[in-house]
Design a protein around this ligand. Structure first.
Ligand SMILES: [Zn+2]
Length: 195
């Protein structure tokens, strides 16, 4: 199949964009054109983040643990002289109870937060993938004229009733893919995944 370039009105230098990018394409595409014609990037799952409450409790755990360790190095002779072993144990272990409590709270908060973030990511990713598939289909339908260094969409390439596009300068091609997809298929942009 060939397609007529809307700028030079000839089909002899036209090549479908995926074929133009193929490693075996002859002549090979230069890097500048290749960078403008790369396919739209697939959506990546968002990164999970620690929330503020979790960070606070982890930080408190660290500070109180440090204070508890430092307290062990003090002089405790006056307090512990002749004390029962159980009292001595409680005296020494006591300062670590609060850090332990804060650590438990931090772990629980962390687990709850991760679960919520996983759920929100799972909810938004399918919509982002559907959008990406439409962008990818539009990208696949584009052609390049190697003589004019313009991209274009032949008539009916995107949908039977869609007319041919004008010549598209390569630096405008990525934006064209997105806007042509929105205009042709009219799908709303899905919500952005939480980070
Ligand atoms: Zn041309």
């Amino acid at each position: 199949m060939s397609a007529t370039c809307p700028q030079c009105s000839a089909p002899d230098q036209s090549v479908a964009v995926p074929h133009a990018l193929a490693p075996t394409a002859q002549p090979p595409l230069d890097e500048a054109a290749r960078a403008q014609l790369v396919p739209p990037p697939a959506p990546q799952p968002g990164r999970l983040r620690l929330n503020g409450g979790t960070i606070t409790f982890y930080a408190l755990t660290g500070v109180l643990t440090l204070l508890a360790v430092l307290s062990l190095f003090g002089n405790h002779d006056a307090d512990l002289d002749g004390a029962e072993p159980a009292y001595v144990a409680g005296y020494l272990i006591g300062p670590f109870l609060f850090p332990l409590l804060f650590l438990l709270i931090a772990v629980v908060l962390h687990a709850v937060s991760r679960k919520g973030q996983h759920r929100r990511l799972a909810e938004t990713l399918p919509a982002q993938q559907a959008l990406w598939q439409r962008h990818h289909f539009v990208w696949q339908s584009a052609w390049l004229c190697r003589r004019c260094r313009v991209a274009f969409f032949p008539a009916a390439a995107l949908r039977p009733d869609v007319a041919a596009s004008p010549p598209i300068p390569l630096d405008q091609f990525p934006l064209w893919v997105v806007t042509a997809s929105d205009r042709t298929y009219g799908f709303p942009t899905p919500p952005v995944a939480p980070n």
